[in-house]
Unconditional design. Structure first.
Length: 76
């Protein structure tokens, strides 16, 4: 289950970076999620600092500034 969540977060990140999400209902369909679940993932990402915004003119989510969402363990 955790692997599926991480894969979904990677996919969401990729679509946001490409500005290719579409409107919320389309984005949820692409992810094979309900809109409420999709909003939950976006809220989770935002809680980790992802600057996610929605462009009403282009109908897509985007990052307010350039970056990439990552979750990993880094050995020091």
């Amino acid at each position: 289950m955790a692997k599926r969540i991480l894969e979904r977060l990677k996919r969401i990140d990729r679509l946001i970076r490409l500005k290719a999400t579409g409107k919320p209902s389309d984005f949820a369909n692409r992810l094979e999620l309900s809109e409420s679940s999709m909003y939950g993932y976006l809220a989770l990402m935002k809680s980790f600092g992802a600057p996610i915004k929605f462009d009403k003119f282009r109908n897509t989510y985007y990052y307010e500034y350039s970056g990439e969402f990552k979750i990993f363990f880094e050995k020091k």
